[in-house]
Write a protein that binds this ligand. Structure first.
Ligand code: URA
Ligand code: CA
Length: 433
């Protein structure tokens, strides 16, 4: 087989076979296929698309290109949850203990964030002492004992994806549905879960700006998951404004604790119920979504979910006193209010630009090597639909420098205030096949 013939085949809109796709992924992973040929193929895929069958072959070839995690020694149906990306997305921090508290085993592998705010690992590391490097055996033992643990993603998970993602990033081939679907699903399949709940975001803060594209991505991933023998479903959620009120690592931990205490923002709480109910049903801990939701509401209101979070923090070496005294981790030197320049209703909060503002404060990374500042970020006081008076605070900036004119300017440019109230949307659709 020659790579050049396969590039030509895809360029002309023909379908690649399993053997051809395996040849490409093996060759690219071991270095025998160079970046320039892979780049040409990626662009051909971008324009010609792939069939579901091709995408499944690609996904499995990528999943098999690195470590495959075996979770079979953990009792029960392991359900993973994945978001295609959001700004201030605090759901995993709430969901992991929440669903574990009703008996769903959560063996979560997470990554560090690049861009916007940190990843789930960075957020957990805002808790002093919290350790995300556990041996495989410690990880499995903790999940069997407490039903929940979170660790750093193995360096060699879906090895082909790591190389491909870096190449896509510099060849304008990131936003391609077959490439995004195979990238995400290869990692989920290699990470060993039995069932997968996907949160496919749409809007300014997401990969898929357009709802029809988001649905197509969701349907593709659900079909691939099922073809790979994993129960999979997707929620299409809105990410035109940040989820919840907190954007930044410590701020999001505090937001998660507040939510587990029953005092969280309404949109974040609802999102956790919607995604959590799906997880509980896939794990066969409830028969219907209504029954699952009732279990989760009870766990949250009775304090059971918060106790599970406490157990999780203790199991992983973290300082649990943070849960009772959340101010301990909000250590930014400056808190600065951003006052509204006019009165009216908030009509738009451009999520990705607000994410960039948080990153400029130090809450995210521009490059892999950047250090993250856990204490900084943004706490929104007004969200879409809220009424605001001139001079009232729109948000609080948590900063470790008081030279933040650029950040303030960026925020002002991306918060729109109008005369007519606008209803925010949270969930657009649920995709089960
Ligand atoms: N997230 C991924 O892991 N891969 C993509 O291609 C896009 C989002
Ligand atoms: Ca949030």
């Amino acid at each position: 087989m020659r790579m050049v013939d396969l590039i030509e085949k895809k360029r002309d809109g023909k379908i690649l076979s399993k053997e051809e796709i395996d040849f490409i992924i093996e060759g690219y992973t071991d270095g025998s296929i160079p970046d320039y040929q892979m780049s040409a193929l990626l662009m051909a895929i971008f324009y010609q698309d792939m069939t579901d069958e091709e995408i499944s072959h690609l996904t499995l070839a990528m999943a098999n290109s690195g470590d495959i995690i075996d979770l079979s020694s953990i009792d029960g149906i392991k359900v993973d949850k994945h978001s295609t990306g959001g700004v201030g997305d605090t759901t995993t921090l709430v969901l992991a203990p929440l669903v574990a508290s009703v008996g769903v085993p959560v063996a979560k592998m997470s990554g560090r964030g690049l861009g916007f705010t940190g990843g789930t690992l960075d957020k957990f590391e805002s808790i002093p002492g919290f350790k995300i490097e556990l041996s495989d055996q410690e990880f499995i033992d903790i999940v069997n004992k407490s039903k929940v643990a979170v660790i750093g993603q193995s360096g060699n998970l879906a090895a082909a994806d790591k190389k491909l993602y870096a190449l896509r990033d510099v060849t304008a081939t990131v936003d391609s549905i077959p490439l995004i679907a195979s990238s995400i699903m290869s990692k989920k399949i290699a990470a060993g879960a039995d069932a997968i709940v996907l949160d496919v975001t749409t809007g300014d803060g997401a990969f898929m700006k357009d709802i029809e594209d988001a649905k197509r991505l969701a349907k593709t991933m659900v079909r691939i998951g099922k073809l790979a023998g994993r129960q999979t479903m997707a929620v299409i959620s809105d990410m035109s404004e940040p989820l919840g009120e907190a954007i930044g690592n410590s701020l999001e931990i505090v937001e998660a604790i507040d939510t587990l205490k029953g005092n969280g923002p309404a949109d974040l709480t609802e999102m956790c119920y919607v995604l959590g109910s799906q997880m509980v049903v896939l794990a066969k801990k409830a028969e219907t979504l209504d029954e699952a939701r009732a279990m989760l509401e009870e766990a949250l209101h009775s304090g059971k979910a918060l106790e599970k979070f406490r157990e999780m923090v203790k199991d992983q070496g973290g300082d649990e006193t943070v849960i009772d005294q959340t101010d301990q981790i909000l250590t930014a030197k400056y808190t600065i209010e951003l006052a509204a320049k006019t009165s009216g209703y908030v009509t738009k909060l451009v999520a990705n630009e607000i994410g960039i503002a948080a990153m400029l404060l130090g809450a995210g990374r521009k490059t892999k090597e950047d250090d993250i500042d856990h204490a900084v970020g943004i706490k929104l006081h007004k969200k879409i639909g809220d009424e605001v008076a001139e001079g009232e605070s729109l948000l609080t900036i948590y900063a470790n420098s008081n030279e933040i004119d650029e950040v303030k300017e960026l925020l002002y440019q991306n918060i729109f205030i109008g005369d007519v109230p606008k209803e925010p949307v949270l969930i657009h659709d649920i995709i089960t096949e």
